[in-house]
Design a protein. Structure first.
Length: 290
């Protein structure tokens, strides 16, 4: 079965992780009090929100967000999540939300006087900086004692990034990011690298595969994902390795081989560079805490 983790951050402020790593469609349901604004983020795969006993539906796809608000009626969550899909939701009361933006309320469309009591729906792209926070919500290995504090910070960070109307002051002047075709090629390059993380292609080979010149590949990847191709891949491999260790199904040597390290010493060195501890000590800490 998929999993649902519902974290109450404060009164009328919730962060929910929906995770379906199965091969089946999974349904989640949750009541939502009237007066709560809903933010939904498609981190991976696809999901669908059903309303009025299924007579109306909204799709949520990867790298898209939905904002829903209806002050006249409750909007309970009836969510179907496709196989291998992840969704993060934030629910917050209009009162608490308004207090966050009271001095800038005129900039937030549905907080204006004429819109405050109207229902509201908006679909937007997930920005690269929001994608980083969403991945941190799913992948960060938390000590239970600071988990609520960490999620509280991430919840507020997500809201601030959602309403950051232009996180990159140079974005409009950058012809690269305006070119949607190039953006799709960069995302394809990311998918190729992650699918072949044990033996990734060279940069020139990768550029040829996606149909970009080398300079555009390197520049575009940095702009969209905030890092170079191989630095991004390194972080991904280490997070993947940590999850394999968490599963308890693999020893240190097996994990190293799975992510492309032919010798255990190289993997141990890389893991320590990323997490400040060795895989063996990390495993010991998991066993102690559990």
């Amino acid at each position: 079965m998929g999993s649902q983790e519902d974290i109450k951050i404060e009164e009328d402020f919730f962060l929910i992780r929906f995770q379906n790593d199965t091969n089946d469609v999974v349904k989640f349901e949750r009541p939502v009090n009237m007066g709560l604004i809903q933010f939904h983020f498609g981190l991976k795969g696809k999901a669908k929100f059903l309303f009025n006993q299924g007579s109306y539906a909204l799709d949520l796809v990867e790298e898209k967000s939905l904002l829903l608000y209806n002050p006249q009626k409750e909007l309970p969550l009836h969510l179907t999540i496709e196989p291998h899909s992840w969704v993060v939701s934030v629910l917050i009361s209009i009162q608490k939300f308004h207090a966050l933006f009271s001095s800038e309320a005129e900039y937030i469309p549905f907080l204006s006087d004429e819109n405050r009591d109207k229902k509201y729906y908006k679909e937007e792209n997930i920005s690269p900086s929001m994608a980083i926070v969403l991945n941190q919500i799913f992948n960060y290995n938390l000590n239970p004692s600071i988990k609520k504090l960490y999620y509280k910070g991430k919840g507020y960070e997500l809201l601030s990034l959602f309403f950051n109307r232009s996180e990159d002051p140079d974005a409009e002047q950058c012809p690269f990011l305006i070119d949607e075709e190039n953006v799709l090629k960069i995302r394809k390059a990311k998918d190729i690298v992650l699918a072949n993380m044990a033996e990734p292609p060279g940069l020139q080979e990768l550029a040829d595969q996606v149909g970009l010149n080398l300079k555009k590949l390197k520049m575009g990847f940095k702009q969209i994902y905030g890092d170079s191709v191989y630095s991004f891949l390194f972080d991904y491999k280490m997070e993947y390795a940590r999850k394999l260790l968490d599963s308890g199904s693999y020893n240190v040597n097996e994990v190293g081989l799975k992510i492309g390290y032919s010798t255990a010493s190289h993997f141990i060195s890389a893991f320590k560079k990323k997490f400040g501890t060795t895989p063996k000590k990390y495993l010991m800490s998991i066993n102690i805490s559990s």
